[in-house]
Design a protein around this ligand. Sequence first.
Ligand SMILES: [Zn+2]
Length: 411
Amino acid sequence: MNDENERTFAAFPPAHGKGFAQTWWGQAWLKALEDAALDSAQVKVGRRLARAGAVGAVSVRPGRITAVVQDRDRTAHRADVLLEELSAEQWDRFLDMTVERAGHVAALLDRDMPPHLVEDAAAAGVDLLPGLGDLEPECDCGAWDHCGHTAALCYQVARLLDQDPFVLLLMRGRGERALLDELQDRTSVPDGTPAPAPEGVDAAEAFAAGDILPPLPALPELPEEPGTPPSLDTETPAPPGVDPAALEFLAGRTAVRAYRLLDGQDVFEDELTVAQDAVRLAVDAGEPTVRERLAEGTGRTAEELALAVGAWRDGGVAALDVLEEEWAVAGETLARARAALDSAWDDDERPSLRARGNRWTVVGSSSQLRLGRDGRWWPYRKERGRWVPAGGATQDPATALAAAQEVPLTG
Ligand SMILES: [Zn+2]
């Protein structure tokens, strides 16, 4: 029978030469038996019986574990071991303590019982593991202390504890389901939705674990190319406001960037503004809908975004700046720009330039030079009534102007 307040575990086959407790809490359990038994010979008998498979199915209930144990002569004895249940008030304190520490509930669910959990419980006045004399034997063989039968039962239970620390909590009075429900209640806000889990790991716990954690493994070999994120194109319609294509795109770009960082190709750039970052993203956006969103989100028309992408390809943030911003040039910067323009051409070849801000337009032509903030010159030409970038920047205005005057390959 396995209702909430009783669990029954089938008998184990004989185990040869195996320790009975692999976990620290299983060992602590056995220590409570071994230290308390007045007759250590009985403890040894019990260990032998347990190892030989003489312990029948074990029933675990609050306050009590029970099994039938067979002597070597096949005489069967009902053996019980009693352990005090926690009081309702102790359970309260235990549950409060457990929900306060982010790692404790997760550890229990993982069938783990970290020493911290037991220490924290003890600090809250709750002893989970039995101490000296806490395992009280009762056997129908008539022994008044631990006999081989109750000792065998304790050894068997050490194995059960290894697999599932909830067995100990059941002995202490609460079944797993009830415990998890109570933990859930304590982490819930009144309307029933779970409270957000605290972020991260308790600093003291992380620090304490630092010495016992193995070093991080070496990075795996970098794959040939960045991976492709999973497709979000499922049959389930996306909730309003969620654009799966955009998410897929962002995940893909993130993978590419992570790849480049791992490969040492990329260093962290200056922080981009939203308007700049949208252009950076648009450079690789194949999906028209993604480009449309990037344009709309940054107040550009589709055509303006296309120009911005072209500029970005020519020279990143600096090129984009020259495309979209116009600024006054004055003082030393202006003097240096004029000197550069003066020395770029012989007198008879110098084009007639009209300046406005950082832009110098060749009078009567569709060519323009734009001065970047770093003092380099960017070629521009007029196409369909609009100034468009015509290549990368150079230090020499004449070279830039030549690029601006080249006949574009495509209309
Ligand atoms: Zn006995």
